[in-house]
Design a protein around this ligand. Sequence first.
Ligand code: TXA
Ligand code: MG
Length: 354
Amino acid sequence: MNGLNETLCLKVDREKPDPAVIRVAANILKGGGLVAFPTETVYGLGASVMDSQAVEKIFKAKGRPQDNPLIAHVDGSAMARELVSSIDAPARALMEAFWPGPLTLVLKGSGIVSPLVSAGQESLALRMPRHQVALALITEAGVALAAPSANISGRPSPTSALHVERDLGGRIDAILDGGAADLGVESTVLDMTGPVPIILRPGGTTPEDIARVVGRVQMDPSVEGELSENRAPRSPGMKYRHYAPRGQLLLVEGEAKPVVAKIMELAEKYQQAGIKVGVLCRREHLPIYSGIAAVPAGSEKGPSTVAAELYHALRSFDSLGVDIILAEGVEPRGIGLAVANRLRRASGNNIIRV
Ligand code: TXA
Ligand code: MG
């Protein structure tokens, strides 16, 4: 389905999804349709991994570049095993430790899924989501689901059914509404095809957690800093501008006090020049920015609170119509690494360190 049709919105209980509702959604998938569904990270846009026509519709609906591969979502290790050529001891240990959960493993594919899923690569990314609705849907469909985040390409990932509706309403067949996503940032993508596991995208599972299970883990150079023109990233998704709100984002990183002071200084300067300024900040700092369009993302309690609200906050700037967003940074540790990575990418690497 494309263009003018209605998107079916199906409400489900996140803990105990009604089997009849799941069946409706699974039948759409079996018939080659697209269904958005909640996971513990963000909402995904699903299609059967076996159905090339359906997978092609995902790329079309999102406006996603064809060379950016998709994650196959499975309901357990049995389904995973059929999709890859083998699962070695480290991969098995990671599955046992973190599945279901926000860890995507890139392994060598067995070649049975549509070649569009892996965008022509030999590897296949696998993940078992920690969400009853996602798991029930995969099981009822009886097949793994190729599912990127359910946003228009380049926009912040959706953390609610409403975000999906805003981006993809009329372009997909159905949305399973299971409420807000828990984590708010995507899964960690870990390349297991070489001798040492490499983090291609930091996410909900921290490098520290992974290292505890497999010992050594490396960070792909594309995770930090800019990509050089002639070095292709291993995770093709990392080369595209991402998570971007409609105003230009300027990220200010450092200790809380100097960050706030810098943002106040910049806000004043821009406002004097007639530029409309917005601020993305910790909830506790809202009173400091009175008189400025400030949007809270999390609290000083820690980066997981920022993760949970970040994409919603980025989206809310769209309706505020600001020209520039001054954003408070997050310490890149633990889950904060993923949050800092998304903020840096949303800024297009416009970062001030104080
Ligand atoms: O939490 C998540 O991972 C969410 C939910 C819906 O599961 N999904 C998600 O998918 O974020 P997407 O398509 O927005 O991001 C997948 C990332 C992209 O950066 C893509 O390039 C990378 O994973 N990827 C997928 N398959 C790959 C492969 N075979 N080799 C390397 N990178 C791969
Ligand atoms: Mg995405």
